[in-house]
Ligand binder design. Structure first.
Ligand code: AMP
Length: 414
């Protein structure tokens, strides 16, 4: 199938060509016709599946007819990074149309946002807090909204945005099309979806399990050797662009610094940074000034950087859901990626949960030549279950073979 199949306006197809999409992803195949038909959609899809274009393309088709310069689509996203990413996707896809989008999020000045609203826009991509602020100040008119999108609804709920969303919904016409995207469906999200969707078409792509293009491995290691092991991994493997996750902001900052002192081009991305610092870290990672971004879960939400070859969990995430979101940062759009998790014995129960969701046992590995001291990764609880960790490159669970996992001399960075 190709994009011509959807009978989109030629100006929109020009945008699709410009961004280089040739074949619709599975969620695009399923969601675009339903949205074009005016149906509400419940999209159970993780990030990295192409869901942004799945909702933007039919919205652009709808907006290309009818009045301009009034807010006819409201897209609500949990983080400014995700909002910015949706906006950028729209700038590219809508480049030959007259449809504009404007972003509204906190942490930056209000004036340019108010000015963009004053000039007129058809699409607003907003985070809930700042949107409510500007609504209270009388800068936003939502009475003409025809399409409402809630993106990463489960993240918004995790971040405590549900009351804000309910407040915003009161100002959006009830006669509208609603598109609701979430990677998971806990009870409160299910209730919200039931309350705001009308007879929706459900589109489900790889719910919960991370993208199949990612291979996973565990590296059992005592906590105090994590830093050394990470450095050795970076030295031995051909790691192109890596996103490393830590549990706390402080650990993200200090790990990034340590990596820098060992000659790596690394930056931290964590909540205590100013918007300028965050943007600099993200831009640097995107344009290749940094090969490694060390981030916390919250700071990393919505990051869309192509060619992240490795996600390394320096600290295991708190929940299976968080694991899924972290891993969703690599292997995007059918590229392959690798996910390494450094584990200590106390992580065992969460690992079992992750394995249940993946319906596969994660491979336990030991890094060849690494001095584990008295610790024996092969006798670690995570290394048992009737299977020993593998010391070579063979993997029982990747779905896609990748040459990147083979230890080898450090390669020039991308
Ligand atoms: P998303 O899930 O919307 O965050 O998209 C993940 C990545 O896939 C983004 O970098 C998109 O630019 C890319 N993408 C979306 N649709 C396609 C497509 N049909 N073909 C190739 N790449 C795509």
């Amino acid at each position: 199938m190709n994009f011509e199949h959807f009978s989109l306006d030629p100006r929109i197809l020009t945008g699709v060509k410009a961004v280089g999409y040739t074949t619709p992803t599975p969620i695009q195949e399923q969601a675009i016709p339903a949205i074009l038909a005016g149906r509400d959609v419940l999209g159970l899809a993780q990030t990295g599946t192409g869901k942004t274009a799945a909702f933007l393309l039919p919205i652009l088709q709808h907006l290309s007819k009818g009045p301009l310069r009034q807010v006819r689509t409201l897209i609500i996203a949990p983080t400014r990074e995700l909002a910015e990413q949706i906006h950028q996707a729209n700038v590219e896809l809508a480049q030959k149309t007259k449809v504009r989008s404007a972003t509204i999020y906190g942490g930056v000045g209000k004036a340019p946002q108010i000015e963009a609203l004053r000039r007129g826009t058809e699409i607003i991509v907003a985070c809930p807090g700042r949107l409510l602020d500007l609504m209270r100040e009388g800068h936003v008119d939502l009475t003409h909204v025809e399409v409402l999108v809630l993106d990463e609804a489960d993240r918004m709920c995790d971040m405590g945005f549900l009351p804000d969303i309910r407040r915003i919904l009161k100002h959006v016409p009830t006669q509208r099309q609603t598109l609701f995207f979430s990677a998971t469906m806990p009870d409160d999200i299910r209730q919200l979806a039931d309350a705001i969707l009308r007879n929706p078409v459900t589109v489900q792509i790889g719910i919960i399990a991370p993208a199949k293009t990612v291979s996973h491995a565990l590296y059992p290691v005592p906590s105090d050797l994590k830093m050394k092991l990470t450095l050795s991994m970076l030295e031995q493997m051909a790691i192109g662009r890596a996103l490393i996750f830590t549990r706390t902001k402080h650990r993200a900052r200090s790990l990034a610094r340590k990596l820098e002192t060992h000659g790596h081009r690394a930056a931290a991305l964590q909540g205590n940074m100013s918007q300028n610092q965050r943007q600099n870290a993200l831009d640097g990672f995107r344009d290749g000034r940094y090969d490694i971004l060390v981030a916390t879960d919250i700071a990393a939400r919505g990051i869309d950087v192509a060619e992240i070859s490795h996600v390394i969990n320096f600290d295991i995430p708190d929940t299976v859901d968080a694991y899924t979101h972290r891993i969703g940062r690599t292997g995007r759009a059918q590229e392959t990626g690798e996910a390494f998790t450094l584990t200590s014995p106390e992580d065992e129960s969460l690992i079992r949960e992750i394995e249940k969701v993946l319906r596969a046992r994660l491979e336990r590995r030991a890094l060849p030549g690494f001095d584990y001291g008295a610790f024996n990764p092969t006798s670690h609880p995570n290394g048992q279950n009737g299977q020993q960790p593998q010391r070579d490159g063979k993997r029982p669970y990747p779905t896609s073979p990748s040459r990147r996992s083979q230890p080898r001399q450090r390669q020039p960075r991308l």
